[in-house]
Design a protein around this ligand. Structure first.
Ligand code: IMP
Ligand code: MG
Length: 338
């Protein structure tokens, strides 16, 4: 199986990182590459020993010690965050960063924080990605190639990903953010991030050619959420989320996430249209129905969850192959198609 792209249908925070980590074990992936904007991402899941893994920069596939890790050339790198995560997960000997990655500097962070429009109208994560990407696009950025020390091997990640995949290795591409936050493909500009967040964008972030891609996993959050400004169809009140015990807070910012009470059919249809999924991971199913919390076998799925699986399969015309049921990496049901 060559490359599999993992992307989110809505506004992120759907467990793409957990899905990718799980797939790295399930497929014993040879390589996992982070795509997406940069350190505005925040992935988290809990390991069996109760440690909570939180990532902003490195691929979550570090959980498989046999997987080589990489950061694609289209991803913005914050050198200190990279260094801290490489150190925390002891992955210095198996992570590769592309020299062409643009850097996020202290100046970018300061500009992001000082910009009232970005703060109030867009509601950015404050991680400096907007100013950094603007600088990069203006060809004035510093890049990984300009650093004197990098806590990783520096090499051409597009070369690595295409050759490994062509040789038959499983390559995972971990997207970040979500389709509805896409810069030009969302209908919610300016309440977007700073590039597209689709399967094609993730391929481009890595430099992977389309012939290498055999799978696109669309991650669909059972009760979608949104941090920051912009429309959220079927939004429930924060009080309701608290009452149901499903209130969420951002990994990076601690901001409460706005929550929807159901999946919007039209937005899922559009996410399907622009991403072309071959399979779907339904995540946070325990928020939809608390009775499935921690369920790890398909027999434990309830009629409520099965109804949403049917809804999602009808709209995406792709099979739901995974159902996420809780914060632990092992809280997951695999639904193999054969
Ligand atoms: P920025 O990408 O930090 O400039 O933020 C722009 C918008 O995208 C804001 O509404 C953020 O909350 C949202 N956003 C950016 N990255 C993520 C993410 O990884 N998960 C969820 N929302 C995100
Ligand atoms: Mg997140």
């Amino acid at each position: 199986m060559p490359a599999t792209i993992i992307v989110d249908a809505f506004w992120g925070d759907s467990g793409k990182g957990k899905v990718t980590a799980h797939l790295s074990r399930l497929t014993d992936a040879g390589l996992a590459v982070r795509a997406g904007v940069g350190t505005n991402a925040g992935a988290s899941f809990t390991l069996d020993d109760d440690t909570v893994a939180k990532h902003r920069q490195v691929p979550t596939a570090w959980v498989n010690p046999r997987t080589t890790l990489a950061v694609g050339p289209g991803v913005l790198v914050h050198p200190d965050i990279l260094a801290e995560e490489v150190d925390r997960y002891a992955i210095a000997d198996r992570i590769v960063v592309d020299p062409r990655c643009g850097l996020i500097t202290e100046q970018d962070l300061a500009e992001d924080a000082a910009d009232e429009f970005l703060r109030e109208v867009v509601g950015t994560s404050g991680s400096g990605v907007g100013p950094a990407r603007a600088r990069y696009v203006n060809r004035k950025a510093q890049r990984v190639a300009d650093l004197t020390t990098v806590p990783a091997r520096v090499a051409d990640v597009a070369e690595l990903a295409n050759t490994r995949s062509a040789a038959g290795e499983t390559v995972l591409v971990e997207g970040a953010q979500g389709t509805q936050l896409s810069l030009s493909l969302s209908f919610e500009y300016p309440c977007t991030t700073v590039k597209n967040c689709t399967s094609a964008a993730a391929m481009d972030d890595v430099g992977l050619n389309w012939r290498q891609v055999s799978n696109v996993v669309l991650v669909v959050k059972a009760l979608p959420s949104r941090v920051g400004e912009g429309p959220l169809p079927h939004e429930m009140s924060h009080a309701e989320a608290v009452r149901r015990g499903i209130a969420e807070y951002g990994v990076n910012t601690g901001r409460p996430r706005r929550k929807a009470s159901r999946i919007d059919d039209e937005l899922l249809r559009y996410a399907t249209l622009v991403n072309g999924p071959t399979q779907v991971a339904l995540t946070f199913a325990d928020h939809l129905d608390p009775r499935v919390k921690g369920v790890r076998h398909r027999d434990g799925l309830t009629d409520e969850v099965r109804a949403v699986i049917a809804q999602v399969e009808r709209i995406t015309e792709a099979p739901v192959t995974m159902v996420d049921t809780g914060p632990y990496l092992s809280d997951l049901v695999d639904l193999p198609t054969d």
